[in-house]
Design a protein around this ligand. Sequence first.
Ligand code: ADP
Length: 493
Amino acid sequence: MKYIIALDQGTTSTRAIIFNGNGGIASSASREFRQIYPKAGWVEHDAEEIFVSAAGVIKEALLKADIKAADVAAMGITNQRETTIVWNRFTGEPVCNAIVWQCRRTAQFCEGIKNKGLAPLIEQKTGLLIDPYFSATKLKWIADNVSGAAEGLQNGGLLFGTVDTYLLWKFTGGKVYATDYTNASRTMLFDIHNLCWDKELLSVFGIPSGISLPEVKPSGAFYGKTDKDIFGCEIPICGIAGDQQSALFGQLCIKEGDVKNTYGTGCFLLMNAGKKPCAGGNGLITTLCAGIDDKPQYALEGSVFIGGAVVQWLRDGLGFIQTAAESEALALTVKDSGGVYVVPAFTGLGAPYWDADARGTVTGITRGTTRAHIVRAALEGIAYQVNDVLRAMETAAGVKVSRLAVDGGASANNFLMAFQADISRCEVARPEVAESTAKGAAYLAGLACGLWSMQDLMGFSCATRTFSPNMKDDERAALLSGWHNAVNRTLSK
Ligand code: ADP
């Protein structure tokens, strides 16, 4: 039998999952690596440590399932997005730690770009909103602050890449310098309409004009082979995609209007917007989907800052529950939230409100309010926020969402999923094996190496639990009106 390896290089851990020819999981291995916080708001990783963890988890997963590298048809890489690495083309050595997507060190520089009135130009070309999150200002920071970096980037002695590009370069023994459309679309240097790196953007960000930039390819494509010294034989690398786009593909959201939401610490919604880009607005961004041809589809992306994190707050901050899972049973001990709303704007509100200064509120408390009402209202608050993003996406894309594909830690909560279906009046579909991110990378690689067809993939994803809407329209309208009233009390303006 032939196998596919998915390498899932995340923000806090690196995982390898080996899929058998039928799309089932043969084995997996995972390793955490260091989070480096040199100053308040700064986040770094050691890129070499990430590579060592990646090679390590793949070897471990192969060993666990007693699979030889020669039996691997292909490998796909999915990765934390936007994180920026600059390394020496000759020695492979990074010039400094990787600057992680979460790092806020370029906030002031971003303000300067906004004040110059460059936001519309950048948004028009890249689909993104100016924010330290994306790679461009991180690269600029390295050019300005690491000795010799600007010269090295200018003369090609140094290479720039996101995590996928660095790993690909390392795995191929420095032979292949490439990335895929999804990762390129997060750099803020890539024109998502003409599908090319953009010189004007380089100049806007003050990045050395002679910089080498990786070749950009479809997510499912042959990228190169791993150096035979790493795994004892060469493994073809046939897939690369940023984590959220990989999850969208792993959920088989390949048609216009298909949407997935990942309920993690925060929530990440992506909607397949089809062949034509549509402007986001309301804090939504436009980005590229993973695919196997050179005309990638577009996606709308929106995020909710506090998703599962509100459940951690109930547990650790308030001591209302002992475990996250307990929230489900407790919520079900009351028939409704008793008029209580929890708006978890702990760090401001994301799309569609986009209010950094909003702070959380609990409204509607009476003498009869219990712990169960608040826990229930907090879970409902996650669903309301997701619903707000869904509705904004529908407006932007001009489509009606009838099904939401879900994954992530908090999607295990059946009460939350049922409430989401009710409040959004759509089917909520949760795959039994919710490894959507890894699945996406495996599917892309499996398609590109010819092991699987699209039809095979459709056959793999059958075991799904579906939650159907079961709430009367007037009840939904009343609840939504109460929610929006609570949000209004939360907004800073
Ligand atoms: P991340 O990838 O962001 O670390 P995960 O996908 O691992 O997140 O999900 C973890 C989050 O899900 C935590 O915030 C946790 O509180 C929440 N969570 C986990 N299980 C449940 C549950 N049964 N009900 C509600 N929330 C849950």
